[in-house]
Write a protein that binds this ligand. Structure first.
Ligand SMILES: [Zn+2]
Ligand SMILES: [Zn+2]
Length: 114
């Protein structure tokens, strides 16, 4: 285990799989909490199979996505596996935080863009 430049960066302190809601709740080291629905997470899968090798990420529609498992990858990301067998998506912590669907973060995004 090493603590290099990664320390001090935002990271999840808890990742909870909410089976009944079909969502994943992530609590961040700054106390922020976001709930990510399966279809949302699946649609933003960052892997090359889903996104190709272009620069722009696009949202893919998987309305019936079912999460099968969550696995930590080193200390910088999680890998999500889906019930359709897809398991190549590695979601880095900064990427996950960026995806946070809560109104607070969506608001921040809008402000940054304007
Ligand atoms: Zn993928
Ligand atoms: Zn948020």
């Amino acid at each position: 285990m090493t603590t290099t430049s990664a320390s001090g960066r935002l990271r999840p302190t808890e990742i909870r799989h909410l089976h009944e809601q079909g969502a994943v709740r992530i609590t961040w080291s700054d106390g922020h909490v976001g709930e990510y629905e399966y279809a949302y997470l699946r649609g933003w899968c960052p892997c090359a199979v889903c996104q190709g090798h272009g620069g722009q990420r696009t949202f893919l529609s998987f309305p019936r996505a079912q999460l099968a498992g969550i696995q930590a990858v080193g200390n910088y990301a999680v890998s999500l596996s889906w019930q359709d067998g897809h398991d190549t998506g590695i979601y880095s912590y900064p990427y996950l935080r960026q995806l946070c669907p809560c109104p607070q973060c969506a608001d921040k995004e809008r402000k940054a863009e304007s």
